[in-house]
Design a protein around this ligand. Structure first.
Ligand code: HEC
Ligand code: HEC
Ligand code: HEC
Length: 152
């Protein structure tokens, strides 16, 4: 009996770190929302423009996709609903992602392509202005300074 009890506690000692590590792994593997943190959502270019006027003006003036939704929507008649939805992947902000574009009526501020296509959802950063809360660039993207030069 005593031997069994000792065996048991030995086993617990050996297993506990593993269990702890696994729990942490599961916890931090969860998206922020599931951990009770407010999830980052998409804001649309205008919200960024409040603090980044230069980038905003460049982007609106030089990127066709900053206002292509109207043109895309005009082509809807010739498309099936499925084909039309496909267009959203490249012509809206955050389509199919949490806090991203859903439809023109529900999320009008995200119906065009915006800053967050490259910089990721910016709600947390826009609240605080903390540069650490936003991606400087999309992973795998060159440092061409797109929004300054206004290309794309
Ligand atoms: C409340 C003001 C504010 C708003 C709104 C805001 N930003 Fe910023 N942003 C800042 C400040 C302050 C900095 C740090 C100084 C700088 O680089 O200009 C910054 C820096 C950045 C950087 C550079 C980060 C780095 O690592 O150097 C990016 C990219 C950026 N913002 C994108 C955005 C995008 C996209 C939005 C809209 C979703 C946005 N910002 C909205 C204030 C704001
Ligand atoms: C894989 C990404 C992708 C998909 C999907 C896509 N487009 Fe595009 N589209 C682009 C790019 C990139 C441009 C060039 C944007 C620019 O010049 O700024 C563009 C440009 C356009 C333009 C010209 C924009 C303008 O205002 O001059 C129209 C119109 C357009 N697309 C319609 C559509 C329609 C309709 C669909 C769905 C059937 C669609 N696109 C699906 C990537 C895509
Ligand atoms: C097509 C992708 C793309 C879009 C769209 C875009 N950016 Fe950027 N942005 C970049 C990249 C790439 C960099 C990093 C440049 C570098 O590191 O040299 C950058 C850098 C920045 C910086 C840091 C600039 C600095 O000098 O430190 C800010 C601020 C910023 N972007 C804001 C915005 C805002 C606001 C918008 C929308 C109005 C926007 N961006 C749209 C790709 C994009």
């Amino acid at each position: 009996m005593r031997r069994e009890a000792r065996l048991h506690s030995n086993l617990t000692c050996r297993l506990l770190p593993g269990i702890l590590a696994f729990s942490l792994f599961v916890y931090y593997g969860l998206p922020g929302a599931a951990r009770g943190e407010p999830a980052k959502t998409y804001m649309g270019a205008e919200a960024c423009g409040a603090c980044h006027e230069k980038e905003y003006k460049n982007f609106m003036a030089h990127s066709k996709k900053s206002h292509s939704f109207k043109t895309v929507a005009a082509m809807k008649k010739r498309l099936t609903e499925g084909e039309f939805q496909k267009c959203f992947e490249c012509h809206t902000t955050g389509y199919g992602k949490p806090g991203g574009f859903r439809s023109e009526s529900e999320t009008p501020h995200l119906k065009d392509l915006s800053c967050e296509v490259c910089h990721g959802p910016g709600s947390k950063h826009a609240e605080t202005g903390d540069p650490k809360a936003i991606k400087r660039r999309r992973v795998g993207q060159g440092s061409s300074g797109f929004c300054q030069e206004g290309k794309g």
